[in-house]
Design a protein around this ligand. Structure first.
Ligand code: GRF
Length: 207
């Protein structure tokens, strides 16, 4: 058995960020193993993509709520992540707020990507919120997950200029492309032990 850093990825959607991370792992840019992919939507592209890449993938029914996991489901996610001996939980388009068990079991070891320059525009469809607000610079943020919504310490951000001709769709596409570069870079830095958390600040030892 090797000592590689192990990542577990949670998603609900198509999984393009998972694919970017898996590509970076395969290219040796992230010194880690993608140990497991878990999804709360049986038909999610992320689970199909994981299976195609021979990464263990599992659907876990989310339970009775719409925006969070019920207690049994959250426990099942924790068990699956612990069985896969995961060092870092990577949320890649996981559409449920994490509440109790997972946060306790993986305290300080859960990261998320959000399609805005936080703390602006938390919540849903942030690219549309940014466009509607009229900002000139949008972007994406990788952050640690805490008990709030999109509120944990910020690990990395990429700015994406808003163009005069942008629609919500074109802006979203460019933000998505920026995510595919930012997320693997942040996960690689964590896997290499190259970041330190000082209060709310995340310091990159090797910028
Ligand atoms: C990304 O835009 C991410 O910022 C948000 O969910 C989306 C996931 O997309 N949290 P994908 O499934 O990785 O393509």
């Amino acid at each position: 058995m090797n000592n590689l850093f192990r990542i577990g990825i949670l998603g609900s959607g198509k999984g393009s960020n998972f694919a970017a991370i898996a590509d970076a792992v395969a290219a040796g840019k992230i010194p880690a193993e993608t140990a497991v992919v878990l999804g709360d939507v049986e038909t999610a592209g992320i689970l199909a993509q994981a299976r195609e890449r021979k990464v263990p993938a599992q659907f876990i029914p989310p339970g009775k709520f719409r925006t969070k996991l019920d207690e049994d489901a959250e426990r099942a996610f924790v068990t699956a992540l612990q069985n896969a001996r995961v060092d870092l939980v990577v949320l890649a388009g996981f559409m449920r707020v994490l509440k109790g068990d997972i946060l306790r079991a993986f305290e300080g070891r859960i990261v998320n990507i959000h399609p805005s320059l936080l703390p602006c525009f938390p919540g849903l469809e942030s690219w549309r919120q940014a466009l509607d607000h009229g900002v000139k610079v949008a972007g994406c943020t990788v952050h640690f997950v805490d008990a709030g919504v999109d509120s944990g310490a910020i690990i990395g951000q990429t700015a994406v200029p808003v163009l005069d001709g942008d629609t919500a769709e074109t802006l979203h596409q460019r933000i998505h492309a920026a995510e595919h570069e930012l997320y693997p870079r942040c996960v690689a830095a964590i896997a290499r032990g190259e970041i330190a958390v000082v209060g709310r600040r995340v310091i990159w030892k090797k910028p």
